[in-house]
Design a binder for this molecule. Sequence first.
Ligand code: AKB
Length: 311
Amino acid sequence: MQENILVLGAGGQIGTELVETLRKKYSSARVVASDIKEEPAKTLLGEPFEVIDAMDRDRLEEIVAKYKITQVYHLVAMLSATAEKMPRKGWDLNMETLFHVLEMAREGKINKVFWPSSIAVFGPDTPRQNTPQHTVMNPTTVYGISKLSGELWCAYYHEKYGVDVRSLRYPGLISYKTLPGGGTTDYAVDIFHQAKARGQYECFLAEDTTLPMMYMPDAIKATIGIMEAPSEQVKIRTSYNLAALSFDPRTLAKAIQEHLPEFRINYVPDYRQAIARNWPGSIDDSAARTDWGWKPAFSLKDMVREMLANV
Ligand code: AKB
């Protein structure tokens, strides 16, 4: 069957690289990029491009019908740090847009859905090291609550209505093509830009705050990997743990200093420290490895070398 793909929130950090990869894999005409704003996403991504506010179900239906869309990658979200500042708006955006897509799949208007979850689904009661797939969750942020609720709704739509929805719990994602927006793990991208531009960085997390992270090409590989896996291999329909790297700001700064010996970092933790403190330090992703063959490729050294060469 010929797939026609719609990427919602395509102008964001994951979307820009996902659209590029999907267009290389399928033909460009079959991958429709969309974002709430026309620019800069349209210039960055090219055609086909449509402006979609994912809160607007009618507009979504119109574009799905126009391009005979079969798969939707739903990448619209308010991330952890921003959602703490506007909790109700964050909840509404994260949940309402998911329901639109799940309902369209239930009604048979699309066949397959990708929806991103996050390490934010875990909380202070969760084991911090090698966090298991199935464990105590109890998230404390609005973003984490919305992601955990979303995971449960995905599993519900799968069980009850046979909706083919697939999901990954992304760690912090590191990329040079587009900046992240409003997350707690954003420091791990900002640091490269500041290291190159100014030779120094003021970090909003404490030096020993270890968090799970991943270089974007691995995240894109995992995303397309789970979407292309045979349905019976996708055994977990809440969301899969996914891991590659784990480091703290001090370790990342040292890795950057190997290339830029003059680079200096200082630490001024802000409200995001309280969010990070409740998240895992490392993740057990053995279920993803066993069920559909996930394996990351990039080490910390590889990632740092590529980031410094490209930011
Ligand atoms: C954030 O920091 O909010 C995100 C995430 C871990 O989901 N990068």
